[in-house]
Every structure is written in structure tokens, then in C-alpha cells.
Design a protein around this ligand. Structure first.
Ligand SMILES: Nc1ncnc2c1ncn2[C@@H]1O[C@H](COP(=O)(O)OP(=O)(O)OP(=O)(O)O)[C@@H](O)[C@H]1O
Ligand SMILES: [Mg+2]
Length: 568
């Protein structure tokens, strides 16, 4: 079962993601009760979307109540007619074979006809024959073909009295189908087919966050409000430790000290792919060169991974960089902007335009474009790299640094000091991915008790922190309102994070307060939220006054760092 898609070696290293797995499991229950819910998973590249899907498929297959279907649309999207054969082929493959054999014979029309004929499913066979007839015509109707494909799952499910859960990976590439002059909007065709289903549910995943958000969260788009969205975040410290133990040691992780686990987390920042690449390199050094596992070895392995052409992190960063920039005009200038940000992460528009020597209007265009392709993000009018490892990579490699498999100590020493100064310093502080770090901290609250003063209260008593069922960011349906953290459970909290160099003013706090009033109104059941404002550089007096009157909790950077330490 699933041996081709999800080999045993991969299953063994799977950790974490219990929240997301539970979300999908819940969707399966809803489907079995004929109230199907669709889910979208998005997150940065290599954050673990596909592995999560595979693990879900495994669990669904074990329970045998639902038929799971998996397709990576990136592999099958080309022209609409070829896409249709492969889409139908994969449906047929999954319900006939459950992922036990190779899928090849289902993906080509002639052999698919024969497979469909033998499948015992009339709607499948009819559809394949209709596709074949259409293929015989000189003019193929692409919309008709796509409708045949998108409508087929529900037909199969009804005929065979089964439920199907369909996982579509790299969903955003469906867009490519619109390059056919006949197909105006592939997403509306998809929507028309899926909106009236009772026996099929969809889980879609995509790595281009901005693009996925545009497809799913913009009210102008056909898929608006059709999916529950779940964002995959970096691993927590504990999950990273667990993955590290699985990867480096053969037997249950004995023998890796906390200090080493922490050092690996400090470098990989909880990114599962970076953690994997780093641990495998460390293991290689230990086995091939009989190096001792200590902190220096971790740094050496990380630098090799980041800077050598043989490193997997290097290869991945190069791919991200090339893929993201290749479609852009003004390629050279974008590189300059990125390099400047790698040197001074968190610049404003005017600072960036000064550094690159271009007018603010054109600089703004460059920055906007880099935001669209998920390389950087804007927060409080400053621009940051989304991925700090990529930030370090750009900073180093643009200077053409390349190292050997076992670098000489003298080469390493000079690189290490730069790494410490430019990149690891950031990851120690509540640096770049602040909101996701706050979300991580809040997920770990779990009913612990902590000093009230850390939330801005004068009294020297303790507060019992809630245990949340869900902690995520929030975008209103019309895309107008964003909240850094909404946490829900027996208690609901909403959090705003401000990382400016100035103190937070009453205007900032009021804006948050009003935003939350609107959201509470829009929620299906009116919910009460405890508000919490986190500000890097404290608050003005009037801001604090407003917070006290309206029961908004306040914390500074130091407070949050202490909360993190104590709830760990
Ligand atoms: N839950 C996990 N447990 C263990 N390792 C993981 C987990 N998630 C991700 N990884 C590691 O990270 C790698 C990348 O994961 P995966 O391919 O699922 O990411 P993705 O988000 O689908 O990436 P892409 O955007 O490139 O499609 C995996 O091959 C694995 O090594
Ligand atoms: Mg993937």
C-alpha cells in the first residue's frame, strides 16, 4: 500500500503536524456524514505540505472508509486535453489500485480505455469513451473536456457508493490551463464542478503563498470561501529535536545532548527540510570522517550545506532564487534589491531606494514584485526576507564564496564570524518571523501559570494561560483585514505584533481594537476575544492608558522572550 508514493523510509521519519492531520481527519468525518468540507494547505516551499498529504493518505487508507486520490498537478498540467487524460487516469488509478502499483498504464489514453473497461465502473468507462471521441475530432472542445474530468469524481462516488477525498498538490498551477484560448478561467470550471458535491471532498496544497491567497481569498476569484485554509509553519523546537534524533541516531536518539539539539535548531530554525539536510550532512561527517558530534561540527555542516555546490540547502536556495526571478523583467535590479536586503534586512522603501540608487516609485515596484513571489514580505512598512536561510545564502553567495567538502579551519573561522554576526544573531532574537514565533509560543501555553506582569499588569499575581485548539493568522474574506494571531479554544485570544523602532502609539492600539470589533461582528457566532498587543519598543503613555481601560494586555520584546523561555 502506497509504496510508490510514500516509501517506508519516509514514513519512519515523519514527525509533528498533529493539528493539520486532525484537521484533515475531521474533514474526512464530515465527508462520511455527507457534509463535505474542502481544505487548502499552504506554506513556504519545502515546509512539508506533500509529506503531510502522504501521511494523511496513509491514515485514510488504513481506515478503509474513504478512497484517497493524490495528484501533483505540476506533473500533469500541460495543454487541457493531456491534462484531462491524466486527471481521469489518476482517479481511475487510485480507486482501482489504492496506490499499490505504478500508475503508468492509467496515464495514456489507449491503455486507460482498457483499464476503465475492466474497472466495473460505468461512469468512468463512459467518460473515458467520451474523451476518446472528442480526441478524434479536429477541433477539441477544451471546456467540455475539463468539465468531464472535474465532474467525474462525484459521479464515480455516487455510482459505487463510496466517498472520495482528493488531494491536489501544487494546485496553483491549474492557472496554466488558461493559456488555451478556449479556457477563460480553469478555477471557475473547477468550482462549478465541486460546489454541489456530497461524496467527494478536496484537499488542495500550494507553495506559492501569495498566489494561493489570491486564488482562495480574493472575493473576485471563483474559489473564494470554498476552502478552509490551513497554513503550515516551521517546526517548534521540540519537533525539531524529535526529527533530529530520528535522523542522526539509529536507536531512539540516545546520546545527542540538548546543547547539540539546540545548535541544530538555531541553524535550521525549525524548517523541516533544512533540518533534514543539515542532519544528514552531520551524519555523513560522523560516518565518513569519524568526526565527533559537537557544536563546531554542526556549524561546519551547516556552512557546507549553505555554501558548497554539493550542499542541498545551497541547491535549494539557488533554485528558489532562479525560479523566482526568472520570470521578471529588470532581473539585475531585483538581484541588487535582494542583496541590499540581505545586508540590511528590514529596510523601509526610502532606505532601500537610497541604497540601490533608484527613485522610490521604481523601487516600490521592485519590492512589490519580490513580495508577490514570496521572497520578501512587508511588515510595518519595512521589508524582510521571508526565509532567513535564503537571506544568509544571498548575502554569502553573491560574494562568490564556495567551500570544500571538509573545509579548512581557517576558511571556516572567518565564515563563522560572519554567520554569527549577520544571521544567527537574527534567529536568536524574536527576529524575522515574529508572528509565527508568537504563534509557536502560544501553542505551547497549555494551561501553564506565569507572572501577570509579563502581560502588562501591575499586580504581582499569576495568570493561567489557556490551551488553544487552533492558533493561526487571520485574513478576512474580502482580504481587507489581517490579524497576526487568532487563537481559539475555551478562551479566544487575538494578537497584534508591532516591530517598529518607535514606541507603539494610541493610534496603533485603537486601530487593532476597531479591527477586532469588526471581526467579532463578522464571525458566525459572536465570539469574545482577549486582546494582546506586543510591541518591540514599548508603548506611549496614552497607548498604555487606552489598553488598561479596554483590558488589552501589553508586552514588550523582553516580556515575550521571557514568556517564551518560561513556557517552553
Ligand atoms: N512532518 C515531517 N516530518 C519529517 N520530515 C519532514 C516533515 N515535513 C517535511 N519534512 C522534510 O522536508 C522535506 C520537504 O517536505 P515536502 O516535500 O513535503 O515539502 P513541500 O512543502 O511539499 O515542498 P514543495 O513546496 O517543494 O512541494 C521532506 O522531504 C522531509 O525531508
Ligand atoms: Mg510538495
Amino acid at each position: 500500500m502506497l509504496d510508490y508514493l510514500y516509501p517506508i523510509t519516509q514514513r519512519k521519519i515523519f514527525v509533528n503536524r498533529s493539528r493539520e492531520l486532525a484537521h484533515i481527519e475531521h474533514a474526512e468525518k464530515q465527508l462520511l456524514a455527507e457534509h463535505p468540507k474542502n481544505i487548502s494547505l499552504f506554506g513556504l516551499r519545502r515546509i512539508g505540505k506533500t509529506l503531510l498529504i502522504k501521511e494523511s493518505m496513509r491514515r485514510i487508507l488504513t481506515k478503509k472508509q474513504t478512497v484517497p486520490v493524490y495528484m501533483n498537478l505540476e506533473e500533469i498540467v500541460s495543454s487541457p486535453d493531456f491534462f484531462v487524460v491524466k486527471y481521469v487516469g489518476y482517479l481511475a488509478y487510485w480507486f482501482s489500485e489504492n496506490g499499490s502499483n505504478p500508475a503508468d498504464e492509467y496515464l495514456e489514453l489507449t491503455s486507460l480505455i482498457s483499464k476503465a473497461g475492466k474497472s466495473g465502473c460505468k461512469s468512468l468507462f463512459d467518460t473515458v469513451l467520451m474523451i476518446n471521441t472528442e480526441f478524434g475530432k479536429t477541433f477539441r472542445d477544451h471546456n467540455y473536456l475539463l468539465n468531464l474530468a472535474f465532474n467525474l469524481p462525484e459521479k464515480i462516488a455516487m455510482e459505487l457508493d463510496i466517498k472520495m477525498m482528493i488531494f491536489l498538490d501544487e494546485f496553483q498551477v491549474l492557472d496554466i490551463l488558461s493559456s488555451s484560448p478556449q479556457v477563460k478561467n480553469p478555477f471557475s470550471l473547477f468550482r462549478n464542478a465541486v460546489q454541489n458535491q456530497n461524496n467527494t471532498a478536496y484537499v488542495i496544497a500550494g507553495s506559492m503563498i501569495s498566489k494561493m491567497e489570491q486564488i482562495l481569498l480574493s472575493h473576485k476569484e471563483p474559489l473564494f470561501l470554498q476552502f478552509d485554509t490551513t497554513k503550515l509553519e516551521y517546526f517548534t523546537r521540540e519537533d525539531t529535536y524529535e526529527l533530529t534524533k530520528k535522523l542522526i541516531t539509529r536507536n531512539s536518539g540516545n546520546g545527542i545532548s540538548k546543547e547539540i539539539l539546540e545548535e541544530i535548531y538555531r541553524h535550521s530554525r525549525g524548517h523541516p527540510f533544512y533540518t533534514t539536510a543539515l542532519c544528514e550532512r552531520i551524519k555523513y561527517y560522523i560516518e565518513e570522517y569519524e568526526h565527533k558530534l559537537n557544536k563546531e561540527l554542526v556549524t561546519q555542516a551547516f556552512l557546507f550545506e549553505l555554501l558548497s555546490s554539493g550542499g542541498r540547502i545551497h541547491e535549494f536556495c539557488r533554485y528558489m532564487y532562479d525560479i523566482s526571478l526568472e520570470r521578471a523583467r529588470g532581473y539585475g535590479m531585483l538581484k541588487t534589491v535582494l542583496l541590499s536586503l540581505a545586508e540590511h534586512d528590514g529596510m523601509t522603501l526610502s532606505e532601500t531606494s537610497r541604497v540601490i540608487g533608484r527613485k522610490p516609485a521604481s523601487t516600490s515596484k521592485y519590492l512589490k514584485w519580490l513580495v508577490e513571489v514570496d521572497l520578501i514580505r512587508k511588515k510595518d512598512n519595512r521589508y524582510y526576507f521571508l526565509d532567513p536561510v535564503l537571506c544568509a545564502w544571498v548575502g554569502f553567495t553573491q560574494k562568490e564564496i564556495e567551500i570544500e567538502e571538509v573545509p579548512q579551519k581557517i576558511v571556516l573561522d572567518s565564515l563563522v564570524s560572519k554567520l554569527e554576526e549577520k544571521y544567527l544573531r537574527l534567529s536568536n532574537e524574536l527576529g524575522v518571523a515574529k508572528e509565527s514565533q508568537i504563534r509557536e509560543i502560544m501553542s505551547g501555553f497549555e494551561n501553564q501559570e506565569i507572572d501577570r506582569r509579563l502581560f502588562g499588569y501591575k499586580r504581582d499575581t499569576k495568570i493561567k494561560l489557556p490551551e488553544f485548539d487552533m492558533v493561526s493568522d487571520y485574513h478576512s474574506a474580502d482580504g481587507q483585514i489581517e490579524i497576526d494571531v487568532l487563537a481559539e479554544g475555551l478562551e479566544n485570544w487575538a494578537v497584534e505584533v508591532k516591530w517598529k523602532n518607535k514606541a507603539t502609539t494610541i493610534k496603533d492600539v485603537k486601530r487593532f481594537f476597531v479591527k477586532m470589533e469588526k471581526i467579532a461582528e463578522d464571525m458566525p457566532k459572536k465570539k469574545a476575544y482577549q486582546l494582546w498587543f506586543i510591541s518591540k519598543n514599548g508603548f506611549t503613555k496614552s497607548a498604555l492608558g487606552f489598553c488598561r481601560t479596554n483590558d488589552i494586555m501589553t508586552s514588550s520584546k523582553d516580556d515575550v522572550e521571557e514568556i517564551a523561555k518560561r513556557t517552553r
